[in-house]
Ligand binder design. Sequence first.
Ligand code: FAD
Length: 415
Amino acid sequence: MEHREVVVIGAGPAGAVAAALLKRQGHDVLMLERQQFPRFSIGESLLAHCLEFVEEAGMLPAVQAAGFQVKNGAAFACGDRYTYFDFRDKFTPGPGTTFQVQRAHFDKVLADDAARQGVEVRYLQEVTAADFGGDGPLLDVRGADGASYQVKARFVLDASGYGRVLARLLDLERPSSMPPRKAIFTHIEDRIDDPGFDREKILISVHPEQRGIWYWLIPFSNGRCSFGVVGGENLFGGPGEDLMATLRAMADAAPNLKRILKNAVWDTPANTIGGYSASVQRLHGPGYALLGNAAEFLDPVFSSGVTIALRSSKLAADALHRQLTGAQVDWQAEFADPLMVGVETFRAYVQGWYSGEFQDVVFYEHAQPEIRRMISSILAGYAWDPTNPFVASPQRRLRTLSELCRGAEAQPASA
Ligand code: FAD
């Protein structure tokens, strides 16, 4: 049996960053990944805050050298209305730009960099069983040749994303607070010639008649875009449905997208993903902690997934380093509670998006610049900044602001 100090399950962003942070502190780290990289993943628009963790993990030069599309904000459209938030104009200090990335490439850059820093990365290795009952975590791993072996670790970080390895094996699953939704998506050669289109921002468009349906358009640096639509679980994507036909019909239903994408070449089969919102009863236990999507995933609308994942990696790596060097660690106080501050902030704005309240705020044209800077901070990923009133009490602030916006919009023009 193999003995290791830390085993990380999954080599996505959460796993690679946690592994590198621990390696940089001098720990022995083995990262086991079920697939061969590069592999496709959804989740292509990053937030500015997540680059702070990429940098701390020593990976920023590699990411900067990879040639990804620079992103400096988020634009929103609904019918004739268009607005944007520039991440460089925000309340919380920190990076104001980030990247829009093909995840197959981005995730490989991070995993390769973790390996460069000394993490042992093994591909085509699937963790199939976990035992936390004995004198230390014991994992069963199925290797590329189909043969299984066991690894004993002092600690396991589960960064298996939608694989949800420990949530499944340890029966930690808990229903998400989010109703089930579904996305259909593809990559296109966009051929966008609209002078008003800003390639340095994700464009979120709202369906002109149904506010619960929205679209993402994420430009890459190679003349291509990721394009997708999100709606209720039963709205589209039924068995046998022509996903590409549905996606294109949905695009045509939004006049701004129909115009922007008029020359697009739809050269890649559409795909669908549903039931992606997930939660767990607890984020840690004796000998393990859950990172990124292996723990909780809310909703794609604010591109918060990778940022929450990397924040969880940073918190876990710090706590684990202390534990491995002899300190008594309170994982709830040092890892779970601080992580959930930002998760709950995003949850409030995601719920506000679908209730329509946050859409009112986003599209309100006369908001005070300072308020817009506070919202810009959250959209840039700074959802853990307690000095931002929209982080400190998100529901209350959002409700008050949305009432103000609705009231102001209802006033006659002369008022
Ligand atoms: P992942 O990136 O999923 O990595 C997990 C890895 O674990 C995988 O490589 C997998 O192969 C491996 N694994 C799984 N099981 C095992 C096993 N048994 N043994 C070994 N390895 C295993 N986020 C954003 O930040 N921006 C966006 O624009 C965005 N858009 C999204 C759109 C949609 C429709 C959805 C559903 C999500 C979106 N997300 C977005 C969320 C984003 O996809 C995730 O939050 C992010 O990928 C989580 O990273 P991770 O490292 O936790 O997991």
